[in-house]
Design a protein around this ligand. Sequence first.
Ligand SMILES: [Zn+2]
Length: 331
Amino acid sequence: MDPRKNYYEILGVPENASTEEIRKAFRRLAKKHHPDVNPGDRTAEARFKEVNEAHEVLRDRKKREEYDGIRKGAFSGGFRGGPFGAGDAGPAGFSPGGARAEAFDLGDLFGNLFGGEGAGFHPRGRGSDIHVELPVDFLDMVRGGIREIRFHRPRTCAQCGGTGRTGRRGCPACFGRGVTETEDRVKIKIPAGARDGATIRVPSKGEERPASGESGDLVVELRMLSHPYFRREGNDILLDAPIRFSEAVKGARIQVPTIDGPVTVTVPPGSASGRKLRLKGKGVRTPGTVDRGDQYVILHVAVPKDRSEEFLSLVERIAAYEDPDLRGQWN
Ligand SMILES: [Zn+2]
């Protein structure tokens, strides 16, 4: 507590502000100036500390009364800023219990801010799980592989050992939270055939808890990225294949890509658009087994864009061979 500072001004509230007004102002400003939102911004960091300090005093009825009293006395009695060392704790000091209560409130705030699960910071409980989404290329998902991921991980503050205090002061390294955000990295194995939305749990790589030392888990959710031409339905692969009009009529051997590389398939004569050709066992592996789905090649007959007289007269001749009762089933 530093009575030379105007905590009301810092929070932008009137001197008769209610606890609720103070809480709201604090939450708004803490979000705005939080170091995670303003990485590397020293001014924001200083503001964040100031806002925390102001809130720490004004949220507590006893501390607020004390602070108001000192300021009143100081200004009427010719206060010069002498008796209080910079950043020194007020005469009442702080109990470890107070520090924990404060950490709880901040944890609550950060839980809401960053969407972490389990609102509330419980120093003695198990750490929360950390959820991250990992975008994975279509083929990496199909074939599996090892990926290293980096993620933000709250860990016990090394400066204060998680108490949030250094001596009688709030810990400057963690702003009294007892935890600091660090970047961690971990290698995970994506199983061949993993599905979109599948989760991989990495034990003890979640949030660290200062008092219990029991970390939560890291939960990685796989997000399959789309492929330029393959689609996936469960363990089957779908591929749209354009074929020429002549190929559709006469049949053809065409080369198509599969996840194992190109293969040649036979288009039967007289194939219409929408016909599906099945490539057995060319689909995605069921994780943990040797079973594979199929690939389906879906034919799309292309229509020539040519509008020349010669071409149109050819089409006219072809029309004589077409089914005059093509839509007869509706009559
Ligand atoms: Zn600390």
